[in-house]
Design a protein around this ligand. Structure first.
Ligand code: TXA
Ligand code: MG
Length: 362
């Protein structure tokens, strides 16, 4: 993959007012979609790369623009709950209840597909992934296009998902027709993927809607655990077997009490810098607060990425900061781990993958 596909397009970049998406841009973007082109658009989670759900040629272009493996299926984005009956063969009661509570929002449901859905969307599976995003720009585009949009995250495959139009441009300039720029996305991590084809729903990817919220709504759920690539059997969400969310820099997670993390980081950083490596330090305020004058921690880039009490702040910042570390040409990024509950589950899932499960316990 990669390298071979064309980069010759003139990518249009339009600033869109989220509260009142300008009609002229939404209309032009919808036209591009209907003609088989690719448009990146914001959602409340991350930016998506949209194509017409029923045009195989357009769908194929998503895979080549991203350098995405062909066997990784796409999520269809709809603008209304009613559209689901035209896409799914069966809508179990639990799915209906979940849609009612969490749509529009960061919950993707896996349902049995109807036969007319192209194989390029489902990668040959009997199921289809459906989600109604909450972002007004996304909803305006889907409505105007008049068809569901197949849309993966708008990054080059394997790289952290884009939370800003600038990230999309850096990855896909020249490969797609247009970018709708509504500024940074809110959540900053992808949607939860929930398989509701079985009696007990299975979380295939933790995300913006938490396990706790799902349990509260429909009872017991199974959480497919985040495992290292080597130890994973056949993954349920095909995309989860690939290297993911990884900046070019090596990511190392430090697990420990807030009081000890910074000291450990200082030691590791010192060792790495002696080897000539450039080191980035991404920690929460809670950890930075432990900094004492007598133990100065030095990295080549240091940043506060939020607060432990407010994991939404960390989720919002993490992909941007990982990309920033690459911008600065860092070799290694040291960052901390989080409690695996609520939004912390999604955060840890992404961090473990970007670190390829390298965790230093202190
Ligand atoms: O928040 C999000 O979900 C973003 C925004 C743009 O909506 N989209 C997103 O798409 O993260 P993508 O393609 O990067 O991740 C979709 C994941 C992949 O791991 C894929 O394998 C899985 O969903 N998936 C899609 N269809 C599936 C299906 N029928 N069965 C199981 N997993 C599926
Ligand atoms: Mg993705």
């Amino acid at each position: 993959m990669g390298g071979k596909e064309e980069k010759g397009l003139q990518t249009q970049w339009w600033k869109i007012d989220t509260e009142k998406p300008q009609e002229q841009y939404i209309r032009r973007a919808a036209e591009i979609i209907r003609e088989g082109g690719l448009v990146a658009f914001p959602t409340e989670t991350v930016y998506g790369l949209g194509a017409h759900a029923f045009l195989p040629q357009a769908l194929k272009r998503i895979f080549s623009a991203k350098g995405r493996p062909q066997d990784n299926p796409l999520i269809l984005h709809v603008a209304a709950v009613e559209e689901v009956k035209d896409l799914a063969a069966d809508i179990p009661l639990k799915a209906q209840v979940l849609m009612e509570r969490f749509w529009p929002g960061p919950l993707t449901l896996i349902l049995k597909k109807l036969p007319h859905i192209p194989a390029e969307v489902t990668a040959g599976l009997e199921t289809v992934a459906l989600r109604m995003p909450e972002h007004k720009t996304a909803l305006a585009l889907i409505k105007e296009a008049g068809v569901p949009l197949a849309a993966p995250s708008a990054n080059r495959s394997g790289y952290p998902s884009p939370t800003m139009a600038e990230h999309v441009y850096a990855d896909l300039n020249g490969r797609i027709e247009a970018i709708l720029d509504s500024g940074p996305t809110g959540l900053g991590l992808e949607s939860t993927i929930l398989d509701v084809t079985q009696e007990t729903p299975v979380i295939l990817r933790p995300g913006g809607v938490t396990r706790e919220e799902i349990t509260e709504t429909v009872g017991e759920v199974i959480a497919a655990e985040s495992k290292s690539l080597e130890s994973q059997e056949i993954p349920k969400a095909p995309g989860m077997k690939y290297k993911h969310y990884s900046p070019k820099a090596e990511v190392i997670l430090i697990e420990g009490k807030v009081e000890t993390i910074l000291q450990a980081a200082a030691k590791i950083s010192e060792g790495l810098r002696k080897e000539g490596k450039r080191v980035g330090l991404l920690f929460t305020e809670d950890v930075w607060r432990q900094a004492k004058e007598e133990t100065p921690v030095s990295g080549d880039y240091q940043k506060s990425i939020g607060e432990r009490e407010n994991l939404a702040s960390v989720a919002h910042n993490i992909y941007r900061e990982l990309r920033q570390c690459d911008e600065y040409g860092l070799d290694v990024v040291l960052t901390e781990t989080y409690i695996s509950e609520g939004l912390g589950s999604a955060l840890m899932d992404r961090l473990l993958k970007s670190a390829e499960h390298k965790v230093v316990k202190v």
